[in-house]
Design a binder for this molecule. Sequence first.
Ligand SMILES: Nc1nc2c(c(=O)[nH]1)N[C@H]1C(S)=C(S)[C@@H](COP(=O)(O)O)O[C@H]1N2
Ligand SMILES: [Mo]
Length: 427
Amino acid sequence: MKDTHDRQIGDAAPQDASVGRRGFLGLAGLTAAMGVTIPFAKHIPQGLVPAAFAQGTDDHIAMLEDAGKDTGLSVIGDRPFVAETPEHLLNDDTTPIEKFFVRHNGNPPIAPEDPDAWTLTIEGEVDTPLTLTRAELKDRFDAHTYRMVLECGGNGRSFFDPPARGNQWTNGGAGCAEWTGARLRDVLEAAGIKDSAIYTAHFGQDTHLSGDPDREVISRGVRIEKALEDECLIAWAMNGEDLPHIHGGPLRLIIPGWPGSASHKWVSRVVLRDVEHDGPGMTGTSYRVPATPMLPGSEPDGVEFLIMESMPIRSIISEPRNGTRLEAGTRELALRGAAWNGDKGIETVHISLDFGATWRDVDLEAPRNRFDWRRWTATVELPSDGYYEIWVRATDTESVTQPHIAGNWNPQGYGGNPMHRVAVLVA
Ligand SMILES: Nc1nc2c(c(=O)[nH]1)N[C@H]1C(S)=C(S)[C@@H](COP(=O)(O)O)O[C@H]1N2
Ligand SMILES: [Mo]
């Protein structure tokens, strides 16, 4: 197994050792935080934030503050802006907006002065193309609210070995919010869906990083059957608030259970097509997984790739955070977490305290609706002082569970869902 585990301990350590995120750690603090000796330590300039803790740099903290985000998020890309939510910040039943991950692929559009004047056009394989302002959309169609997970297709990518190309998400390219909007189905039906319509194509108003106004940032779509599900929304609110600009306001799609890239932000056009959509993000190895296993690290030439649809089963421990130190003599530990599984449900969640030798059930909360995550709690007894790892795994109704290490390696690292582990030291 690679060094994922050590890295997580290192990541969590600076705060647990009560060192300020921005302050100089001091040699002793730094050595303790890294858990290893630093051969050239005498050359480290005063005030330098070690690269290993790069997510805590002043630049990144300023970016998160500007974005109205919790400064505990990890910035994993700055151009375009990408930030994930460490597992311990996914501890709320409903993920608050300030803790919700962000994934931009281009430059967001300028926020309009009047969000209700934003327009959305439905065209392509429809009887009558339709253009609606957001105000008309709210007026003409019933509003529905569901609590649903939105998850980046690349969530878990950092667990692949050898590393896969792209943003190195751990488990935090996901969040579960209450989304309010009109059903995509209702709006498509108002335009009249032709029998020839087999796929959707989504277009928005963000601009390409190259500055070329004619280049589409990303344009994905889904099979029409998916688009017509009750929970696929054209959303204008998140957690009861007007949809924030950073999350795609005034209007975005929510296509739950499938890669987040289908949930188009700043959406202004949905085109029904009579062929599989082929916009940026639909072809090659983008959001596609090999039909048959690949040798890890090998070239994709000649390999058949299939469009990734339902996201894989995943569970997290959101409390305690990795690297937690408890006082000597602590004998009981309360755990909290969440589990979710693309289009499918969760049957059980199990935890282990003994490196997987034995597993026990947790208390699982019922989902509010389809695509909601399942919150779970458990209490474990700690037989003595020492080093523990808590492991978690979720299992679905077809006995599909999570692997120990990310399997089915693919060039862009989709579907990495190994069991989540947290280290706890009682000393
Ligand atoms: N217009 C547009 N929509 C987009 C994107 C984008 O870059 N532009 N990123 C997609 C990806 S890859 C993800 S994972 C989600 C992230 O949504 P969030 O930033 O609200 O968390 O938005 C999707 N919708
Ligand atoms: Mo994504």
